[in-house]
Write a protein that binds this ligand. Structure first.
Ligand SMILES: [Zn+2]
Length: 377
């Protein structure tokens, strides 16, 4: 495998000339999200014609070279688990790939269980990759050569993998499903999370009382501010579970706060009094001044949980979905996610078109499932 690190205009020219002679490229991105608050783009790996380029966006702007090719309809762009990378490319480079093939989606539609890149390369192509740098800090410079090599492997085998999966999809009559998924993927965007209540992103929040939820909301705001100031990933400031525990136990002192399992004593010592002040403010709220867990968007029953009637429908829908997933040999969530099932249960559609119109339902899913789902409602 030939690797070239691209950090000047000469390197970009080499990328440009490779792009002119190919109709298929593989692409992967590394971001700093695991270690840093900002998940900014740190590296773009591009493989084509047996060559892999590692583009350093801190040194060069690869957008002018990549955009015309990625956004065109001539060159197929093979990626693995592209959802996050597509958002990154759009946000940081203003590029929206136009002709994607996602090897992870392809594998999941084939019912392959282990769909991580290294598992897939091993099972489908017999290639063994190390996972050593999976959680490395990609913002590091200079990028040590073992990390460069590791990064290059992330895109180097994707074209071969796609060439292996595509005929399998065709044979299974599922290429159409995959193509529909790829077209959806091309539409994903970074959602602005502003305005969205942060407690929604914490699963256990639903199990808390209103005052505890209000404390959790304060704790999340506190963590976000620390993450931003320290440029540290949120879970590295404090895990969700630690904040839930903090909201539940409502520590009165900084030393009680730093005694909470998983809470960093250093952070508690330096920033804890700010958190406790926020908690005291919640303590002072009258019962009817509490916000609590937000009502489900678009639902009227006022709690985060579906009504008993809807719960019963969800259970019936799940039975249908699970049985069908078993017959097809694909994962249940691949066939139809629980979130979408819940949506269908709430809306209780009576026509196939209504199922297809539910947000998140694909045409291939509606074709496979709509009639049975409707019958069970
Ligand atoms: Zn990667």
């Amino acid at each position: 495998m030939e690797i070239r690190y691209v950090d000047d205009s000469e390197g970009l020219e080499a990328v440009r000339s490779t792009l002119q002679t190919t109709d298929r490229i593989a692409l992967d991105c590394e971001a700093a999200g695991y270690h840093r608050y900002s998940d900014r783009l740190c590296l773009i790996q591009l493989s084509a014609n047996g060559q892999t380029y590692l583009m350093d966006p801190f040194e060069v702007d690869p957008a002018p070279v990549l955009r015309p090719v990625l956004e065109g309809s001539e060159v197929e762009v093979v990626m693995h688990g592209a959802d996050f990378d597509v958002r990154l490319l759009a946000r940081d480079l203003g590029i929206r790939p136009g002709k994607l093939f996602d090897t992870q989606i392809a594998a999941s539609l084939l019912g392959i269980e282990a769909i991580g890149l290294s598992a897939l390369l091993k099972s489908e192509l017999g290639i063994h990759l190390s996972k050593k740098y999976q959680k490395a800090d990609w913002a590091r410079r200079p990028l040590p050569s073992p990390m460069r090599e590791y990064a290059a492997h992330d895109s180097a085998h994707l074209i071969a993998l796609a060439a292996h999966l595509r005929p399998a999809l065709e044979q299974a009559g599922r290429l159409g499903w995959a193509v529909e998924e790829f077209r959806e993927l091309e539409q994903v965007r970074f959602e602005k999370s502003e305005g969205r209540d942060p407690v929604r992103s914490v699963k256990e929040a639903r199990t808390l009382g209103p005052r505890e939820v209000d404390r959790l909301r304060e704790a999340l705001g506190w963590r976000d501010r620390l993450g931003r100031e320290l440029d540290r990933a949120l879970f590295r400031v404090a895990a969700d579970a630690v904040l839930v525990e903090t909201a539940r136990t409502n520590p009165a002192t900084v030393s009680a706060l730093s005694g909470i399992r998983g809470m960093s004593p250093a952070l508690a010592a330096e920033w804890g009094s700010d958190l406790l002040a926020r908690f005291r403010e919640v303590d002072d709220r009258p019962e009817d001044g509490l916000v609590g867990y937000p009502a489900r968007e678009g639902s009227s029953n006022g709690s985060g949980r579906p009504s008993l009637e809807v719960e019963a429908r969800i259970a019936r829908l799940k039975t249908i979905r699970n049985e069908r997933a078993r017959q097809l040999g694909v994962g249940r969530g691949t066939l139809l996610s629980n979130a979408v099932l819940q949506e269908i249960a709430e809306l209780s559609p009576i026509r196939t078109e209504d199922v297809e119109a539910v947000k998140g339902v694909r045409r291939w899913q509606a074709e496979l499932l709509a009639a049975d789902l409707i019958a069970s409602l």
